[in-house]
Design a protein around this ligand. Structure first.
Ligand SMILES: C[S@@+](CC[C@H](N)C(=O)[O-])C[C@H]1O[C@@H](n2cnc3c(N)ncnc32)[C@H](O)[C@@H]1O
Length: 388
């Protein structure tokens, strides 16, 4: 069966995550922001995938020539798996084709009319944009029961119609992000979705013992535990370890975490620490000083050099504790120095000598997996590595 994933704003990171979870042979980019997964079933817990915000399926593929008959085709498609004795609420999202809002509304009302003629009344959730937003989908339950969101994807000579099966629940992410007892804005706040991407690239969907040697307030530990992994958190700063311990205690009271899942904490310098047994490493290293703009070249060089020394020392120490084939995904700083250029750490050129291979991802530049919010200067470069 085919499932269509809507990739997040930085679609390369989302693709790297999907490839790591499902294998490159099963995932194919469809457009710049959509990918197709070939799988027998809808994957287990979609809430654990950080980089894709929507998944749809049950595709019906028609010819572009049939665009003029779209209302008819969609009303049949909507009806095909619904209980026609109950009212249907439906919505539309359009991809890969710019359609004026009034054209989308017209299509929606034509479908409503057609459904009324054929079986009974329905409700059309009016578009405010080409794509319905998450709140519209969740509040109207368009991904559930007798309701439906139809995705209309223009793809070369074809139009794909799909039905939404899963949508990321933003408020659930916000609840575990903003309500944690301890947050640390100085260290920058790793979004939980990005933590999930790091874990999925490192663990490849296997339940593992995940090590975070720069755990800070514990976002990665928290997400890894919610995904069913045991965790080890370490940090140079004892206060951070206390924050992580308290955050994990809070997590256990608020969320359903399996009793058997373990968490272990230790204070330690990532350059010298000997960690207990772990399967993979997912971490966000120190990102250096928070910056709102690039400073003068002396200060900037110092910041970059310090970060480089720390990460090089960490990778050297870690290499001695890894067996061949063990994976890690680490977020390291990369600084936006021009409209499309980044200053990256020199250590990236030494990975081979340090005993690591950068994991290759089909069609992606594995040295350009960078997460950057608009207006930020310090980005997070994802290094997906495997011990040689
Ligand atoms: C960017 S923060 C990580 C934030 C973390 N992802 C969180 O959820 O809060 C980097 C962390 O690295 C720690 N750190 C800095 N140098 C370190 C070192 N040499 N060894 C271990 N931890 C270090 C800092 O104390 C800080 O907590």
């Amino acid at each position: 069966m085919k499932f269509i994933f809507n990739l997040g704003r930085q679609s390369e990171l989302s693709l790297a995550e999907l490839y790591s979870l499902f294998g490159e042979q099963n995932v194919r980019p469809m457009t710049a922001n959509l990918a197709v997964l070939e799988s027998d079933d809808l994957p287990g817990n979609m809430e654990e995938i950080g980089g894709s915000y929507k998944v749809s399926g049950i595709p019906k593929i028609i010819d572009q020539k049939d665009w003029s008959r779209l209302s008819e085709i969609i009303s049949e498609y909507v009806k095909s798996d619904k209980d026609l004795t109950k009212k249907i609420t439906f919505g539309l999202s359009i991809y890969n084709k710019e359609l004026p809002l009034k054209e989308i509304h017209k299509l929606g009302f034509q479908i409503k009319k057609k459904l009324l003629k054929d079986f009974g009344s329905s409700r059309y959730v009016e578009n405010r944009d080409q794509e319905l937003n998450s709140a519209q989908i969740i509040n109207n339950k368009l991904h559930k029961g007798n309701n439906v969101e139809v995705n209309i994807i223009s793809n070369k000579n074809e139009i794909w119609l799909t039905k939404t099966l899963f949508i990321q629940n933003i408020s659930r992410y916000a609840a575990r992000d903003f309500n944690r007892p301890f947050r640390d804005s100085r260290n920058g706040m790793l979004p939980p979705k990005l933590a999930q991407i790091l874990i999925n690239i490192a663990a490849g969907g296997q339940k593992s013992v995940v090590l975070d040697p720069f755990c800070g307030t514990g976002v990665i530990l928290q997400e890894a535990m919610l995904m069913g992994n045991d965790v080890i958190g370490a940090d140079l700063n004892p206060q951070m370890i206390n924050f992580s311990i308290d955050n994990i205690k809070w997590l256990k009271t608020k969320f359903n975490i399996d009793q058997d899942i373990t968490s272990e904490f230790m204070v330690g310098d990532a350059i010298t620490t000997q960690w207990p047994h772990f399967d993979c490493v997912a971490t966000e290293t120190s990102l250096g000083a928070p910056l709102s703009k690039i400073p003068n070249s002396n200060s900037f060089n110092k910041i970059v050099e310090n970060a480089n020394n720390l990460i090089k020392g960490f990778l050297e120490n870690l290499a001695n504790q890894l067996s061949s084939g063990q994976r890690l995904c680490i977020a390291v700083p990369a600084w936006k120095v021009s409209s499309n250029g980044f200053r990256k750490l020199n250590v990236i050129d030494d990975l081979d000598d340090l005993g690591y291979n950068l994991i290759e991802f089909k069609g992606l530049n594995n040295k350009e997996l960078i997460y950057l919010r608009p207006s930020q200067v310090v980005g997070r470069q994802l290094l997906a590595l495997i011990r040689k």
